[in-house]
Each structure stands twice: as C-alpha cells, then as structure tokens.
Design a protein around this ligand. Structure first.
Ligand code: FMN
Length: 215
C-alpha cells in the first residue's frame, strides 16, 4: 500500500484562488460568512453547505461528522439533527461545538467555534414539518448512531415509519435544531505561494475584534 504516491499525484492547495482583501472585510464575521457563502455558490463550489461539526462529550472526548447548514440568522448558524444521536447526546452535556467548512474549489476554509443552543419545541416541530417524508421517517425511527443489525431491519423500520409519517405529519419527537453562536471565526484563504491569509474574529464585550494569524 503506497498511499504516498497517490497523495503526491494530487497535491493540496494548488488551485487558482480568488483574492481576499482583508482591508474590506466586514466588522461582523456573520456578514463575512454570508459574503463568502454567496461567492462559493457563484464560483460553483460543490455542496458548500456541508461542513464538519465537532462536538465533545462530558469527559471532553471529541467526535466529528459532516452535517449540512440549514440556515443562519444574526445570532448564528442553524443545524438539524436527532437529539438521540451521538452529537445530540454530546451537545446535551457539553455545549461547546466547532464547525469547519472547506471549499476546495476556491481554497477557502472557515472555522467557527462557539456555544451550541438547542431550539425550542415549536421551532423543532415547524422545521420537521418542512422536511421530506423520507427524512421525516428516518428521524422518527430515532435510532441515529445506534448499532444496526442488518439492512433488512432498516427497510422494515423505514416502511413502518413511512406509514406513520403519512398519518402524522408532526411526529417530530427527536428532530432538533441546534444554533451555534460563534465566539471565534476564522477565514482562511489559501495562496499558491503558501502565504495563506488567515483572518480571525474574536467576540469581545463591545462587538468583534479582528486579527491576522500566522499561516
Ligand atoms: C453531506 C452530508 C450531509 C449530512 N447532513 C447531516 C445533517 O444535516 N444532519 C445529520 O444529523 N446528519 C447529517 N449527515 C450524517 C452525519 O454525517 C452522521 O453520519 C450522523 O449525523 C450521525 O452522526 P453522530 O453519530 O456523530 O451523531 C450528513 C452526512 C453527509 C455525508
């Protein structure tokens, strides 16, 4: 197994990247995020809403997985998942979370760290109602991240859950929205000369402070 050969055939950070004018960066990182997201969509970045969500349990043991950004507002970033999943249990006991976006086509990484709040029942129900039937069925089975005996078991439970979804459009139970309220946000723009630009925002008493970081 010579994976090195394959790695060197596909070098990282060697694209034709956009400029990042730090002097024009907005004072609020949520505004910068919104601008970068729009740019990613225009540049044809594949699945820009997919990112790594990192959590840790009560003992600090970390775990990470890809989820999709569902929305954002002036306070933070909204994610949807099952409260019974590993991330759901982690966030019940430890509110610290981190989000990492990597948009390969434009050499951009965004790192967000903050406190994760759980939405109230009305918000969870409303969001659940807007989901498609298959997503609803998966979430009412409420076994995300449990050991699955066989694919037949999944098919059987899915069939039952689909019947239930048809009769009960509001069976949201474990479907939960989480809001990440950022304390730190870093925008990383790769450069082919490796003088990458890293602009970090840190929340302070009177708003946000910005500084550069060594690449
Ligand atoms: C592109 C992509 C998007 C995903 N989006 C979500 C999502 O929005 N919510 C979710 O709960 N899981 C999502 N998943 C599945 C998670 O990666 C993960 O398998 C699942 O949430 C269980 O994670 P946990 O055991 O750490 O809780 C997505 C997976 C991929 C590959």
């Amino acid at each position: 197994m010579d994976i090195k050969k394959l790695i060197y055939k596909n070098p990282a950070l060697s694209g034709d990247y956009p400029a990042f004018k730090i002097e024009d960066a907005p004072d609020n990182p949520l505004v910068t995020f919104y601008e970068w997201f729009g740019h990613a969509v225009d540049a044809g970045v594949s699945e820009p809403s997919a990112f790594v969500l990192s959590t840790a349990d009560a003992e600090g043991v970390p775990s990470a997985r890809i989820v999709n950004l569902r929305d954002m507002d002036s306070e933070g970033f909204i994610i949807g998942s099952n409260s019974e999943s590993r991330k759901g249990r982690d966030l019940e006991n430890n509110k610290n979370g981190a989000m990492t976006f990597y948009w390969r086509e434009v050499g951009r990484q965004i790192r967000i760290a903050g406190r994760v709040d759980i939405a109230n029942e009305d918000e969870n129900r409303e969001d659940f109602i807007r989901r498609n039937d298959t997503s609803k069925a998966l979430s009412i089975i409420a076994k995300q991240s449990e050991v699955l005996g066989s694919m037949d078991e999944l098919d059987r439970d899915m069939q039952r859950a689909m019947e239930r979804v048809e009769n009960d459009k509001e069976a949201y139970e474990t479907w939960t929205l989480y809001k990440v309220r950022p304390e730190k946000v870093e925008f990383f723009q790769a450069r082919t000369d490796l003088a990458h630009i890293r602009l970090e925002y840190e929340r302070s008493k009177d708003g946000w402070r910005k500084h550069l970081l060594w690449p």
